[in-house]
Design a protein around this ligand. Structure first.
Ligand code: ADP
Ligand code: MG
Length: 480
């Protein structure tokens, strides 16, 4: 190491945390990175001190990629990350706010500051409410998410209809209701609309909205504080329990067991359970079988990507809702270029609007194109082989070496074909190089894999969705 962080682990860790804090949610940041520190750093191998086994699991698995990136951004090349549980008290007492602020101050010009402020003001960034004994009936609902302002089109009509039906027949029509679809396509909006509708119609009903990650954290806390009974009791009294992004329960056996008990208790009392995920129950790796079959026992509806007309309609509705004046051509330009994710679509609209407000100019196609140039570029550029491998191994829950190794296990061979396909379709890598990358396989094997997926893509809706999710993760890496 020969830069400013040489021998100064504390400063380096602050810088790394500063980076990470910018890319994951506040709640996650505090939960997983509090009381952590660098214990040692040698030959590209870093050992991080963490307060407990859960933090170890999360840092080593889920946040590994973020950590590697953050070290890289701090000009320290790290190739291996290990965590060690330390009994000792905090070495980094609080999240390093100063570090974040100084990064901000150094790199962001004034317009960007203005844009950020605007984005925060106008977007849906909202405080994450916490489970607390003092406020036992906090619903966690965001009042902005309503059926009334949800645009219905063919990509989401089944999901919307199912959610609405549930709101009118709580616990009796579809239980559980399972909604799945890619990132930023409106799952949270729909799930919360059910809660808001119920709380309007029958305010006495007990409603709880929670993400599966938060649920896990609370459960861990309750175990630590020996309050699991209260935890269970609290959830079992709900009339409507909404668990968002349930894919994060994958691999967390203990949480799944508790969830299963709570689920059963509610189900037997005809209490409503609504769940969302980025993929169907079948595709959630390591989901306990009995939980999976419970999920499959109810109603399952998906949300797919909106087409151009729907994207235009959504943008128009959002502009109207926020009193944003924007010309038709600009709307169309945004809708044509941002195709994957409605959250991004809104973000782009806000960005253009803020830019024009700041410069006090009307929105025109030329301005819109200029403002979004970078964003659109970024979405397409800079994908590397390792990004594809990372997305594949994470999604399918397998090791990279198993993909490379010769072997004919069915699950692995499907994941390998998907990886080969993406290397070709996204990076235009030659078939021979792909073959070489996968342990010296013949180029005809790669060609076969590519053609199989390409063909399957147009015939098999499941496969098409799977590919969409993978690409989404690749371009909008959004775990966390
Ligand atoms: P997800 O939970 O699937 O990642 P969200 O529900 O958070 O997505 O949606 C992202 C953003 O897009 C939210 O601001 C939401 O209000 C908006 N949105 C998504 N779908 C629609 C829709 N059909 N009509 C209006 N707004 C939508
Ligand atoms: Mg969501």
């Amino acid at each position: 190491m020969d830069n400013i962080y040489s021998n100064n682990h504390e400063e380096l860790w602050k810088a790394v945390l500063g980076q990470i804090e910018l890319s994951i949610s506040k709640a996650n940041f505090v939960t997983w990175f509090k009381n952590t520190s660098i214990l040692s750093l040698e030959n590209g191998k870093v050992i991080i001190g963490v307060p407990n086994g859960f933090a170890k699991e999360w840092l080593e698995n889920k946040y590994n990629h973020y950590l590697l990136k953050a070290f890289h951004a701090s000009q320290i090349e790290v190739s291996e990350i290990h965590c060690q549980i330390t009994q000792d008290k905090p070495l980094t007492p609080a999240p390093p706010r100063e570090a974040v602020r100084s990064i901000d101050a150094a790199h962001k010009p004034t317009l960007d500051g203005f844009l950020r402020k605007k984005l925060v003001e106008s977007s849906n960034i909202r405080p994450q409410l916490e489970f607390s004994q003092e406020r036992p009936h906090e619903t966690n609902l965001n009042p902005r998410y309503l059926f009334e302002n949800f645009i219905v089109a063919e990509n989401n009509e089944l999901a919307k209809a199912a959610c609405y039906a549930v709101s009118q027949n709580l616990g009796t029509i579809y239980n559980p209701l399972f909604i799945y679809g890619g990132v930023g396509l409106g799952k949270t909006h729909l799930l919360q609309s059910i809660g808001n509708e119920i709380s309007k119609q029958t305010p006495e009903k007990k409603i709880k909205y929670i993400t599966s990650e938060r649920f896990t954290t609370e459960l861990i806390d309750s175990i630590k504080n020996q309050k699991t009974d209260q935890f269970k009791e609290y959830y079992q009294q709900m009339d409507l329990l909404i668990i968002d992004d349930v894919q994060f329960l994958s691999g967390k056996e203990k949480t799944q067991i508790e969830f299963f008990h709570i689920f059963n208790a509610l189900y037997q009392l005809n209490k409503q359970i609504v769940i969302s995920s980025d993929r169907p129950p079948k595709a959630i790796a390591t989901l306990e079988d009995r939980l999976r079959s419970r999920f499959e026992g109810g109603m399952i509806a998906d949300i797919s990507r909106p087409n151009l007309e729907t994207r235009i309609a959504i943008l128009e509705a959002k502009a109207h809702e926020r009193n944003i004046r924007i010309d038709e051509e600009s709307i169309r330009f945004i809708a044509e270029h941002i195709t994957q994710n409605i959250r991004e679509l809104e973000g782009a609209l806000n960005r253009v609007h803020a830019f024009c407000e700041f410069h006090k100019i009307p929105t025109t196609l030329a301005v819109t194109a200029r403002v979004l140039e970078q964003l659109i570029e970024n979405n397409r550029k800079s994908i590397k082989t390792e990004d594809i491998m990372q997305v594949i191994t994470e999604y399918y829950g397998i090791q990279e070496e198993d993909l490379i190794k010769k072997g004919r296990k069915k699950e692995v061979s499907h994941s390998r074909q998907m990886a080969m396909y993406l290397l070709r379709s996204e990076l235009q890598m030659p078939f021979t190089s792909i073959g070489a990358f996968f342990g010296g396989r013949d180029h005809t094997t790669v060609l076969h894999a590519y053609e199989k997926i390409e063909k399957g893509r147009s015939e098999n809706i499941r496969l098409k969705e799977e590919l969409n999710t993978l690409k989404e993760r690749l371009y909008y890496n959004s775990c966390g």
